[in-house]
Design a protein around this ligand. Structure first.
Ligand code: MCA
Length: 548
């Protein structure tokens, strides 16, 4: 059908819509355009913009066969209390069919303090597992073959220390570093912008990250050295376009920093990975995933002149949106998570965590984690969504939205370029302000009822307080403190002091890669707090700006 004929048909259709809306006006607060036709994607060139899976610009996915060959990694984010408790949970997940591990650390670990530090009081083992030294890490991965499993660690400011501990545990298991598979989050820029667990100022933080890129490219070649995360930006209230734009801008900053430090782009870019949120609007989310792959491919090829295909592929982990879970009628969250899972799978994710129904209230129980994991397995094995690659390609709506999100994201990336890049844009508070404005708008829409959240501002019921929530044993802090003291009494304290002094010297020499020094310190059982303490002394600490 020619465009003229489609236009004529559309005009006729619009006349019928006018009549129909006289009886049933369009619901308020929904997008103005309700029907998409080939006219909406006239400018889209199949070969250039959509193409084939496994081929530049990867709009249709990074693997030629996607889930026909291998499902995404089912990687449930977990960790609480002590290394012993978390190890039990990991083994339970693996027995239940999870295909990767994902470690959650408690707040003291995330900001580089030991459980014995006064600042850690009340937080030990709460939002994740407490890791103070290599001794805890050995327990965390007890009876788990690090040569076989791939492990993600959500750790940012002290990422180098936790990675060093992982390498040291593997070595003890007889697995060499070049066999290790996994990811560290290691994305400090979004910590400043949205998540908050930073330690050092941007410049030494970027050095640590670049040191990891370099060290891993030579010694841990299968390790994904960073998970450039939009997830938290979205959780903080951004839109879908902002999520990918700000994250890709962070990605550009990391690549620039590494190139500036003398690395060659194709030596490290193939191990950069991303992390997206799967929010409630299923089709918008699918379009977001597709648009993000197209943008990153162009950035890497055109801006950074990458040549290896892998350097241009945006490979992504996804987590269903925690902020969309409701404390009210928590079983409804199972349905939300199922829809978000469908979005992530139709969007072509490489790895997925599904939230549990009770996560708006507490850390998940074993039972609710099982439902969340089963949700992935049902989508994988029963829904048919994984049998065909990029099944929504060619939908006028999804293609038009992919184009729209790409365009909006490029506008933000250009604006951030004009401000001097992501680091400068964060320092000026620009990114934080944009996120805050979107979050404010969302909240106003919920409060006015323009945006309906089932069970929250519509269809509410009287409920009893939920039972059977997971509570972390209050004595965990004391237990962990005793463990650290006992470990310190046993270790060779002179060796610890020598390793820390060596690390301090290396920190002061900009040209020194810190990873080998951190690895040596870790192997003496120097604690995370001691190692980060030395780096704090040399690098100082970052102070947040408040943006009003
Ligand atoms: C909210 C919370 C908080 O704030 O605390 C958080 O942050 S939680 C944050 C939790 N974060 C995470 O869990 C991050 C997880 N990230 C990752 O797992 C990674 O970075 C990832 C996204 C690149 C996914 O890695 P993965 O190993 O699971 O999966 P991959 O897709 O890379 O697949 C594994 C290997 O199989 C290959 N492979 C996969 N599919 C195919 C196929 N169809 N045909 C041929 N080969 C294939 C891949 O190329 C790869 O090999 P090869 O490697 O040789 O190419």
């Amino acid at each position: 059908m020619s465009n003229e004929n489609i236009q004529a048909g559309l005009d006729k259709y619009n006349a019928t819509v006018e009549k129909a809306t006289a009886k049933f006006p369009a619901r308020p607060h929904i997008p103005e355009q309700g029907l998409y036709t080939p006219l909406d994607i006239q400018e889209t060139d199949y070969a250039q913009d959509i193409g084939f899976p496994g081929v530049y610009p990867y709009t249709r996915g990074v693997q030629p066969t996607m889930y026909r060959g291998r499902f995404w990694t089912m990687r449930m984010y977990a960790g609480f209390s002590t290394a012993e408790e978390s190890n039990k949970r990991y083994r339970y997940l693996i027995e239940s069919g999870a295909t990767g591990l994902s470690c959650a650390f408690d707040l003291p670990t995330q900001i580089g303090y030991d459980s014995t530090d006064a600042i850690s009081e009340g937080e030990v083992g709460k939002v994740g597992v407490a890791i103070d030294s290599l001794a805890d890490m050995e327990i965390l991965f007890d009876q788990i073959d690090l040569g076989k499993v791939s492990t993600s660690m959500t750790i940012n400011a002290p990422a180098s220390v936790l990675l060093a501990m992982y390498i040291a545990v593997a070595e003890k298991q007889g697995v060499s570093a070049d066999k290790l598979k996994g990811t560290i989050q290691n994305d400090i820029l979004k910590e400043y912008a949205a998540r908050g667990t930073y330690i050092f100022p941007p410049r030494p933080s970027m050095r640590l990250i670049t040191n990891i890129f370099e060290y891993c490219s030579k010694n841990v070649p299968n390790w994904n050295t960073i998970s450039i995360s939009g997830y938290h930006i979205r959780e903080a209230g951004s839109t879908a376009s902002q999520e990918i734009a700000f994250t890709i801008a962070d990605g550009i900053a990391y690549v620039e920093a590494a190139i500036k430090a003398g690395l060659s782009v194709d030596d490290f870019a193939g191990r950069l990975s991303f992390f997206w949120n799967a929010h409630n609007n299923v089709l918008e989310e699918v379009a977001k995933f597709r648009a993000s792959r197209r943008i990153w491919a162009k950035v890497m090829k055109e801006r950074f002149k990458a040549e290896k295909p892998k350097s241009m592929m945006l490979r992504v982990h996804t987590q269903t949106a925690g902020s969309m879970l409701t404390a009210q009628q928590p079983n409804n969250n199972i349905v939300r998570v199922a829809l978000q899972t469908a979005a992530a799978v139709m969007g072509g994710t490489q790895s997925l965590h599904t939230n549990s129904r009770d996560e708006a209230l507490a850390l998940p129980t074993e039972d609710s984690v099982m439902v969340a994991l089963r949700t992935q397995q049902i989508v994988a094995y029963e829904s048919g969504l994984a049998d065909v690659i990029d099944p929504l390609a060619g939908s006028y709506y999804v293609e038009a939205m992919t184009n729209r999100i790409e365009k909006e994201a490029w506008e933000y990336i250009k604006k951030i370029d004009d401000l001097g890049g992501a680091v400068a844009a964060i320092e000026k508070g620009y990114i934080q302000k944009e996120i805050q404005d979107s979050a404010y708008k969302w909240q106003m829409d919920v409060e006015s009822g323009a945006r309906v959240i089932v069970g929250v501002n519509k269809f509410q019921v009287e409920e009893e307080a939920p039972k059977n929530l997971l509570r972390v044993d209050a004595s965990v802090g004391e237990k962990q403190k005793a463990k650290v003291e006992a470990m310190k009494a046993k270790r060779d304290n002179a060796a610890v002091q020598a390793a820390l002094a060596d690390l301090k010297k290396a920190c002061s020499d900009e040209n020194e890669n810190l990873m080998p020094h951190i690895l040596s310190a870790v192997k003496t059982y120097a604690t995370l707090g001691e190692i980060c303490g030395v780096m704090r002394e040399v690098f100082g600490e970052y102070e947040a700006h408040v943006n009003l």
